[in-house]
Design a protein around this ligand. Structure first.
Ligand SMILES: Nc1ncnc2c1ncn2[C@@H]1O[C@H](COP(=O)(O)OP(=O)(O)OP(=O)(O)O)[C@@H](O)[C@H]1O
Length: 288
């Protein structure tokens, strides 16, 4: 039996990725969001390095979804700005934004009687003209993009199933395929492994790592973040409290401060990435 350790395949990643030094990943600068008198984000400044996978961490209500929506162009911040390779994200049309940023939301759903193939195909919308593509007339490129996304997410056998008949985990994989056919330069994932069984959780994040796309994924599972993310950014009460390479940031001190949990962070014997041992809840010293 062969064990594929996290990042073991390194498809198109790490040293093998040629990053154009003149390009930059997405960045939030001094972003502040208030809704109905509530402050959701305060002065968040964070840049995501090209081609890297960043885990967006933080307890419930910390602001992870809000920041992802800001980065997706779906929630204009009251203060600050969002840059995408130097362009002001909110200065772009919705179509131009959607060509560059794909967002897989937590509970994407549709009431329309669509098949999985049609749901995935929606991801091509920003690349198309005004007129619908007639059946059988999709370009070779379109067909190839769909086939590649279906294979990467293992949804080939689901394409003709109706959306309503799919399980939570199958829907999750179809949503990732929809995001991939957008051919985005930035992939935003909100708790993408939620409904997945263990094998698909690991496989999903392995796939994401292999894409070489700049990715920001809100995650609750710190073990998964430790195993699959290059960097982590940590939010607490709407503020960014830590950001950097996973081994430097995901420490027992960070976990204690942010989650109020006592943990020992060791090196995994197989792949030497951080490995977390939970010791128990802390009753003192938790920030709120
Ligand atoms: N429309 C709103 N009005 C008031 N407060 C809101 C609104 N939308 C979100 N919030 C609050 O903003 C905070 C941040 O929400 P957000 O969904 O970004 O957190 P999160 O880190 O993604 O949480 P979770 O891990 O629970 O999904 C929460 O306290 C939430 O209750």
């Amino acid at each position: 039996m062969v064990v594929v350790a996290p990042g073991g395949r390194q498809v198109g990643r790490g040293e093998s990725v040629v990053i154009n030094a003149n390009r930059a990943g997405p960045a939030a600068e001094n972003v502040g969001v208030r809704v109905d008198g509530a402050t959701l984000l305060t002065d968040v400044t964070v840049g995501f390095a090209l081609g890297r996978v960043t885990g967006l961490l933080g307890p419930n209500g910390a602001g992870k979804t809000t920041l992802l929506r800001v980065l997706a162009g779906l929630r204009r911040p009251q203060t600050g700005r969002v840059l995408l390779d130097g362009d002001d994200l909110y200065g772009l049309t919705a179509r131009r934004r959607a060509r560059r940023v794909a967002f897989m939301e937590q509970q994407a759903d549709t009431a329309l009687p669509l098949t999985a193939r049609q749901v995935i195909d929606l991801g091509r919308t920003p690349h198309r003209g005004r007129w619908p593509v007639l059946p059988g007339l999709a370009s070779a490129h379109e067909d190839a993009v769909l086939a590649e996304a279906a294979s990467a997410t293992d949804v080939g056998a689901l394409l003709d199933r109706t959306w309503s008949s799919l399980s939570g985990g199958e829907r999750q994989r179809v949503q990732l395929a929809r995001a991939l056919v957008q051919e985005p330069e930035v992939l935003l994932l909100d708790e993408p492994t939620n409904h997945l069984d263990l094998r698909y959780q690991l496989g999903f994040l392995e796939t994401v790592r292999g894409l070489g796309i700049t990715t920001v994924a809100a995650l609750h599972d710190l073990e998964l973040a430790a195993a699959y993310c290059d960097d982590v950014a940590v939010l607490l009460d709407g503020r960014l409290v830590a950001h950097g390479p996973v081994a430097e940031v995901l420490t027992s001190a960070t976990i204690a401060r942010v989650y109020g949990v006592d943990a020992t962070v060791e090196r995994h014997p197989l792949h030497s990435r951080p490995h977390i041992r939970w010791n128990g809840l802390l009753t003192e010293g938790v920030e709120s």
